[in-house]
Design a protein around this ligand. Structure first.
Ligand code: FCB
Length: 426
């Protein structure tokens, strides 16, 4: 055993998103989707974080955190197109003040899967006007919070958002349309670039990124050429194309599209990384030149030794691989999400510990990692899966809204406080 010291000033915290914790997010498209019965459980009051944020931030402080990632809700701030709710903005000013008073560095996401109903009714992210509309909204938020917020995430997991909402129809607007999906991703890139620019106009030292979900894709049967092909293509579409659009201004996937986005060149100040595991791919068939792949999310019978209660593969060496691979972009890396639903909390701590060791090793190998946010501070509304999955280092009793710190939260707190980690020999 040896102790690894994280860099001075390392950001330690946990992440949440507005719709998943705040409650009564009635103007958002997710709310409408839930009310229409498209998911088994509606978000309702969630963790009532909209009222209890100060108490929740006290908990984060008691757990040794010095940073906190959260999102502001577009649907609250602009509940109808062009109508700005000043009280909603004032609320977020309060929230950021509460973080600052507790010496928690805010990391603020502007879009985390939910959009205003009015936008989604017009086609959501497939409508060209979304770029302007998002920029207007970001401008308002920057005006209100810009003094107090340095770290921004423009869009959370653009590729996951695209897949679930526009290709697989599992979230609003429920589209399953490749053509529309290709429109939406272009608009997201442009919207990000516009937000990047205006956040820097507001504050020169702003640190702006996306939170990129960057899994390691692996072939189910690496000896099967079609499995290898689909794995490489998925990596290209899901991981490589987006990051090259935001660094070099080019999105290119042979046989799919070649686009240039001059405005998006060098539009990342750091790289926000969300990491949940390895994903195994198995080629099924080709439809109009597109691979229909079966994404196992860890159900691979032979190669997965450990999985979360969701069935997701647990594989810290892949986290190391992701961090060292993308450190080649020569950007600081902020881990904006990493976490697990584990019914057994001891296994949650093993997950965190294993992944923190991967972070330490990546730093030793030269990755410039500046912070780590565990997903999530609180148990919360896990989208289509409702309240069953529990990712929190703090347990929430939804009947009473009582919070109870889990043991994993206390173990993580020791790392946050000491800025050190015991590295096990490999
Ligand atoms: C990520 C999302 C987050 C949460 C976790 C479990 O993909 O960003 O909102 O749902 O997964």
């Amino acid at each position: 055993m040896n102790a690894f010291a994280f860099p001075k000033g390392f950001l330690w915290g946990a992440a949440t998103s507005a719709h998943q914790v705040e409650g009564n997010n009635v103007h958002s498209d997710w709310w409408a989707w839930e009310q229409a019965g498209r998911v088994k459980e509606a978000s309702g009051l969630a963790c009532d974080h909209h009222r209890r944020f100060a108490e929740d931030f006290d908990l984060a402080v008691s757990l040794g955190h010095n940073a906190h990632r959260l999102s502001v809700e577009w649907a609250r701030i602009e509940p109808e197109e062009g109508r700005w709710d000043e009280a909603a903005l004032a609320h977020y000013v309060e929230v950021i003040r509460a973080l600052r008073q507790r010496h928690l560095e805010p990391i603020v996401s502007l879009h985390h899967f939910s959009s205003p109903q009015w936008l989604t009714a017009q086609g959501g992210w497939t409508h060209p006007k979304v770029v302007e509309a998002f920029a207007r909204y970001c401008h308002r938020v920057a005006e209100a919070l810009g003094d107090q917020v340095r770290y921004w995430v423009t869009i959370n997991e653009p590729m996951v958002f695209l897949r679930l909402h526009y290709l697989e129809g599992l979230g609003p607007p429920g589209m399953k349309d490749m053509g529309q999906g290709l429109k939406a991703i272009q608009h997201m890139i442009r919207a990000h670039a516009a937000a990047f620019r205006l956040l820097h106009e507001r504050r020169a030292d702003a640190q702006v990124s996306i939170a990129a979900h960057l899994p390691v894709f692996a072939a189910c049967k690496p000896w099967r050429p079609m499995d290898l092909w689909v794995t490489r293509l998925t990596d290209r579409i899901f991981n490589v194309a987006l990051l090259s659009a935001l660094t070099e201004g080019r999105w290119s996937v042979p046989g799919v599209a070649n686009w240039t986005f001059p405005e998006a060149r060098r539009s990342l100040d750091y790289l926000g990384v969300n990491f949940y595991g390895r994903q195994f791919l198995h080629w099924v068939r080709t439809v109009h030149g597109w691979p229909a792949a079966n994404c196992d999310l860890g159900h691979h019978p032979l190669r997965v030794r450990e999985r979360t209660s969701f069935g997701w593969d647990v594989h810290p060496p892949s986290f190391y691989r992701t961090l060292t691979r993308w450190s080649r972009l020569r950007l600081p890396i902020l881990i904006t999400e990493n976490g697990a639903w584990m019914t057994d909390d001891a296994r949650r701590w093993a997950f965190i510990h294993g992944h923190l060791q991967a972070v330490a090793r990546a730093i030793r190998s030269g990755a410039r990692v500046i912070g780590y946010c565990y997903w999530s501070l609180l148990d919360n509304f896990e989208w289509a899966d409702g309240y069953t999955p529990r990712f929190g280092i703090v347990e929430v009793d939804y009947a009473t809204q009582r919070r109870t710190v889990r043991d994993s939260g206390k173990r993580y707190a020791e790392v946050c406080r000491s800025n050190r980690l015991h590295l096990e020999e490999r």
